[in-house]
Design a binder for this molecule. Structure first.
Ligand code: SF4
Ligand code: SF4
Length: 225
């Protein structure tokens, strides 16, 4: 899932304080699961925001809330179309894709981000999410026993550890598990340790973000118009 966390109330207040009618829009998908931008969080933030505006003498700003199932798909944004025209600004509690989808759809409406989008990750334990994939566009998990050296090794090393790993922890940050220790342990458990002896090819970064925004086209799914 996409993992995000909330901006603080003051930051959101300062973005919207000069507007008169503001709609907070939650998203019912990833950001609901990571407890950042779903219906419940938008409700709590809405109350906090009204209070914060009152404290700076802007208690007359109307702040309303709603949540749609998904902000990153235009079909789900349809439901907002008539409602948005009643406001002069929107705060999106979707991930960065959701914010931009709303901005594209409502070309004349200021759209502000309510969240800080962080990474693609998983729920590790109650209240803790960790990064697992950097979306490199050329997945090589099959070579590394199912553990990503790009995301899990702090130096993104492809051919073994850096030499600084101690007791399974990363030298860059002792709170982090060493990604290469994890790869080694899992390769041992799977009985495929000898595979790690082969020199791993340099990564093909041409599929990464550096060439600009990427696109996936599924010709078999397209509808010719
Ligand atoms: S190799 Fe690339 S696509 Fe696969 S998990 Fe790592 S960053 Fe993600
Ligand atoms: S200690 Fe491990 S995770 Fe940290 S940079 Fe070195 S090899 Fe990567």
């Amino acid at each position: 899932m996409i993992v995000a966390d909330r901006k603080n109330v003051q930051e959101i207040r300062d973005m919207i304080k000069d507007h008169d009618r503001v709609l907070l829009v939650g998203c019912g998908t990833c950001v609901t699961v990571c407890l950042a931008g779903g219906e419940r969080e938008v409700g709590i933030l809405g109350s906090a925001l009204r209070m914060a505006l009152k404290l700076i003498g802007r208690g007359n700003v109307v702040v309303d809330e709603c949540t749609i199932e998904r902000q990153c798909e235009d079909a789900f944004i349809d439901i907002l179309a008539t409602r948005v025209s009643e406001y002069d600004a929107v705060v999106s509690f979707g991930c960065g894709a959701g914010v931009q989808a709303l901005a594209e759809r409502f070309g004349k409406m200021p759209v502000y981000p309510g969240l800080n989008t962080q990474f693609i990750g998983i729920l590790e334990s109650q209240g803790v999410w960790t990064e697992k994939c950097a979306g490199c566009g050329n997945c090589r998990l099959g070579e590394f026993a199912g553990i990503c050296p790009i995301t899990r090794c702090a130096k993104h090393m492809f051919n073994g550890p850096c030499g600084g790993s101690r007791d399974g922890k990363c030298e860059v940050n002792p709170d982090l598990e060493c990604g290469w220790q994890l790869i080694y342990d899992r390769a041992c458990a799977l009985g495929i340790l000898e595979r790690l002896g082969a020199i791993a090819e340099p990564h093909d970064w041409s599929t990464g973000l550096d060439g600009g925004p990427r696109k996936v086209v599924r010709e078999d799914q397209r509808i010719n118009t």
